[in-house]
Design a protein around this ligand. Structure first.
Ligand SMILES: NC(=O)C1=CN([C@@H]2O[C@H](COP(=O)(O)OP(=O)(O)OC[C@H]3O[C@@H](n4cnc5c(N)ncnc54)[C@H](O)[C@@H]3O)[C@@H](O)[C@H]2O)C=CC1
Ligand SMILES: O=C(CO)COP(=O)(O)O
Length: 344
């Protein structure tokens, strides 16, 4: 009998726990506040992040890491990226050697510039043979309502990816496999930067041409960095690349996109971040991506200007002509050299 643990009870963690529980797996969702865990377990609903979706009997909520982790077939890590390492360290004493560990968060650790599975590899014994990462166009409320979508699970060991694909696939969640762990992980993390920019474009009412052009150049930019960091270029044409980019940049459901629209309306970043418990990973990911870009000597003009908007209060309206009037260049410039020079 397969049993599941989900670490992190935000919108995505709760959605994945529901998906597994509805498949009939005994699933335990971990919430880091004891009182909220009790409340959610009592109400049988996550009223803050996923209101209106009732929990099946196969889903239990706890604040005990031991209950969420010990003896499980698979655990999914769905905490904010900057909290991944500390949560892993806390759960390690309860992690059985055979339990699969899947990252479902989309971010980069700021202090180390590590991807989430690199953090997993550093913290978990015998990690390579049992870790994986999940990504794709997966706006949580749509998945929670069983609206159909796709995703990709990447693992260093192909059989591990196949095993996890089987555990996660449902009639509304079609999972593909990949061995390109850096590509899948960087695609999911870096698209959040572009989603904030797309939100700014919406907020400034620049129209659909502007947004399409921005997404296209955003894809070029995140692909350049990904390829330089070891990703397979084709992964950026898949679920974790263009798939997630389109979903997140187009949808008002995206928290990163929402943040961009609010910035365009003149709200201050600190006020926006304080107004919600939801995570918009794109802000910290921009900081991390700019440091990675310096490491790999990759040009990231969009991320640079967004960094100035976030951290130096550059007026978004002033950022636009800067992007438009950069030195003219060939469309594939930079990507081709990254492709040839990268490890992908
Ligand atoms: N919401 C979505 O549609 C999707 C989100 N993701 C990713 O999943 C990750 C988690 O996001 P969501 O589930 O949406 O969360 P959320 O933004 O809905 O809520 C944040 C969650 O983080 C928890 N949290 C805060 N501090 C914590 C700590 N120290 N330790 C553990 N948990 C803590 C909060 O209790 C809350 O449950 C993020 O990396 C996000 O990018 C990925 C795919 C879809
Ligand atoms: O990653 C997501 C959809 O695939 C969710 O995006 P947001 O975190 O911007 O809501």
């Amino acid at each position: 009998m397969n049993t599941m643990g989900v670490i992190g009870s935000g919108a995505w963690g709760t959605t994945l726990a529901l998906l597994l529980a509805k498949k009939g797996y005994a699933t335990t969702l971990w919430e880091h506040h004891a009182d909220r865990a009790l409340e959610t377990q009592r109400r049988r609903e996550n009223t803050e992040f996923l209101p209106g979706i009732h929990f099946p009997l196969t889903l239990q909520v706890t604040s005990s890491l031991e209950q969420a982790v010990a003896g499980k077939t698979m655990i999914l890590m769905v905490t904010p990226s900057q909290k991944m390492r500390e949560n892993l360290r806390s759960l390690l004493p309860f992690l059985a050697p055979e339990t699969l560990v899947v990252n479902a968060s989309k971010g980069i650790e700021l202090d180390t510039l590590k991807r989430m599975t690199e953090v997993l590899e550093e913290e978990i014994p015998n990690a390579r043979a049992r870790i994986a990462t999940l990504s794709g166009p997966n706006l949580s409320s749509e998945v929670a309502q069983e609206k159909p979508t796709g995703a990709v699970v990447a693992a260093l060991v192909p059989e591990v990816a196949i095993q996890i694909r089987t555990l996660l696939t449902t009639h509304y969640f079609r999972v593909y496999t990949s061995t390109d762990v850096p590509g899948v992980e960087l695609g999911g993390a870096l698209k959040n930067i572009i989603a904030i920019g797309a939100g700014i474009i919406d907020g400034l009412e620049f129209g659909e041409n502007a947004k399409a052009a921005f997404i296209t150049r955003g894809l070029a930019e995140i692909s350049r960095l990904g390829i330089a960091a070891g990703a397979n270029p084709l992964t950026f044409l898949g679920m974790a690349g263009i798939g997630d980019l389109v979903a997140t940049c187009a949808s008002p459901l995206s928290r990163n996109q929402q943040l961009g629209r609010r910035l365009a309306r003149g709200e201050k970043l600190t006020e926006i971040l304080q107004s919600t418990h939801s995570i918009a990973e794109g802000v910290t990911t921009t900081r991390a991506a700019l440091q990675l870009a310096a490491r790999y000597q990759v040009e990231m003009p969009i991320a640079e200007l967004l960094g100035q908007i976030f951290f130096d209060e550059l007026d978004p309206l002033k950022a636009v002509p800067e992007l438009m009037l950069r030195d003219p260049k060939g469309e594939l410039e930079g990507i081709m050299s990254a492709w040839v020079g990268g490890k992908g």
